[in-house]
Design a protein around this ligand. Structure first.
Ligand SMILES: NC(=O)c1ccc[n+]([C@@H]2O[C@H](COP(=O)([O-])OP(=O)(O)OC[C@H]3O[C@@H](n4cnc5c(N)ncnc54)[C@H](O)[C@@H]3O)[C@@H](O)[C@H]2O)c1
Ligand SMILES: O=C(O)C(=O)C[C@@H](O)[C@H](O)[C@H](O)COP(=O)(O)O
Ligand SMILES: [Zn+2]
Length: 358
């Protein structure tokens, strides 16, 4: 086991470490020290439990511990399944000093994090992300929540973890499609604010597609560093943090309309980023050549760039109207001036959005 990178999310008294490296799930002394009380509940799912639950429980030896294994899938990121976490905490007799341990991808992290935010009005939690997407994005920053039939992440809370334990060795068991989905959020960091990183991704696309350890490790560390900086400056999305939503207004609408789990989050974000880039070009805000560069990179990483056949533009637009970033009924989108230069654009013309969706 070895920690290759230690980052910090600088939030004053609520600052927390991000440890990144292969095998650090077994570095018990390190991450168990982040648990302050006697009770711990590990929340995971039916796919991840047989792979990594025993190793996680081994670190918690000596505490009053329980585990909850939920069904696997985006379709289960719901209030009903959050209620199962509350029931497990009640059965454990967990008090205010309890700690939840989210072991899995972004679905488990968001759901367990939301349960931690609301159990007894807020208890600690630790993120142990086991997908690339969760390692580069969802485990950092404290956005927790669940989906409704009406839209993605419509119920949630900002609640920061106490620590993020990124064991890059867990990626060895991750299916290829899920790995590619995570790469979309990596591309997002370059697209929104780091043209040099975007160029690095272009140069290393083949290595990343082949899951080369060194390239993947660097992509994870650089992504986490980007996100940690944004979150430290704007924890509650009053400004800059909204840029992390590039591609997401379209993407979330696509995920909801396709039925949760049909299109993976990263796939929907990949398509959404292309649509946001196209819309930026259509509005005369960005060069069309940058859209093509984005499409080429995403395609080289095995990600989709086009809307799924049979999509309903009007339905997508209706879903976009319920996005959290909108103000006074006006659509507020993240667009760009080009690679590495995203911006928040209020009051985007629905006609132009409709053109891009069609
Ligand atoms: N909170 C945030 O800031 C944030 C950021 C990005 C995405 N998200 C949310 O994250 C979710 C998507 O996360 P995801 O892509 O991790 O999906 P996921 O949690 O559904 O995991 C993807 C699949 O991989 C499996 N899996 C997990 N780890 C594995 C491993 N090591 N080996 C084998 N299989 C493994 C899971 O069981 C699942 O089938 C969405 O709900 C999205 O909205 C949240
Ligand atoms: O951390 C953020 O801020 C993000 O926007 C990261 C996104 O990748 C992530 O999908 C997030 O869950 C979206 O949040 P939402 O506020 O649009 O629900
Ligand atoms: Zn996302």
């Amino acid at each position: 086991m070895s920690v290759r990178h230690t980052l910090n999310v600088a939030l004053g008294e609520r600052a927390y470490p991000i440890w990144i490296g292969p095998g650090i799930l077994d570095d018990h002394a390190r991450w168990r020290a982040a648990i302050r009380g006697r009770h711990a509940l590990v929340v995971t799912n039916a796919t991840v439990a047989p792979l990594y639950l025993d190793r996680t429980l081994a670190a918690l030896d000596g505490l009053a511990v329980a585990s909850l294994v939920l069904p696997d899938g985006e379709a289960y990121k719901t209030l009903d399944h959050c209620a199962q976490v509350f029931d497990a905490l009640a059965a454990l007799k967990a008090n205010r000093d309890a700690c939840l341990v989210a072991l899995g991808g972004g679905v488990i992290g968001d759901l367990a994090g939301f349960a931690a935010a609301t159990w007894m009005r807020g208890v600690d939690f630790i993120q142990i992300p086991t997908t690339l997407l969760a390692q580069v994005d969802s485990s950092v920053g404290g956005k927790t929540g669940v989906n409704l039939a009406a839209g993605k992440n419509l119920v949630g809370a900002f609640h920061q973890p106490r620590a993020v334990v990124i064991d890059t060795g867990t990626l060895a068991t991750l299916p290829p499609r899920e790995y590619r989905s995570g790469l979309a959020e990596v591309v997002k960091y370059g697209a929104i604010g780091n043209a040099e990183f975007f160029a690095w991704l272009e140069e290393n696309a083949a290595a990343l597609a082949a899951r080369d350890d060194a390239a993947v490790g660097e992509a994870i560390a650089r992504s986490c560093a980007h996100k940690a900086g944004v979150v430290a400056r704007d924890e509650r999305e009053d400004g800059e943090r909204a840029l992390l939503n590039f591609g997401h207004t379209f993407g979330h609408a696509l995920e909801t309309s396709a039925g949760y789990g049909t299109l993976l989050h990263g796939e929907a974000v990949a398509i959404g980023m292309v649509l946001a880039a196209r819309l930026s070009a259509e509005l005369g805000r960005a060069p069309a050549a940058d859209t093509q560069r984005l499409e080429r990179l995403l395609a080289a990483l095995g990600l989709p760039t086009a809307l799924p056949p049979g999509h309903d533009a009007q339905h997508l637009l209706a879903l976009m109207r319920l996005d959290k970033k909108n103000v006074s009924g006006r659509l507020r989108l993240i667009l760009w001036r080009g690679i590495g230069d995203a911006q928040i654009v209020p009051d985007v013309d629905e006609g132009a959005i409709g053109n891009v969706l069609r």
